[in-house]
Write a protein of this length. Structure first.
Length: 44
């Protein structure tokens, strides 16, 4: 199991493929100092 993030921890570098095409790089594509990221598994 991966370690949980704690207050002040840097978000790990991830590249996620978007369902509509393209990709988003985290945390590089986040422009704000504070963000909420929700991961939704979708169809089982």
């Amino acid at each position: 199991m991966a370690q949980k993030l704690d207050t002040g921890d840097r978000f790990p570098d991830l590249t996620l493929t978007l369902t509509g095409g393209g990709a988003v790089r985290l945390p590089d594509d986040l422009a704000s100092d504070y963000n909420v990221i929700l991961f939704y598994r979708g169809h089982w």
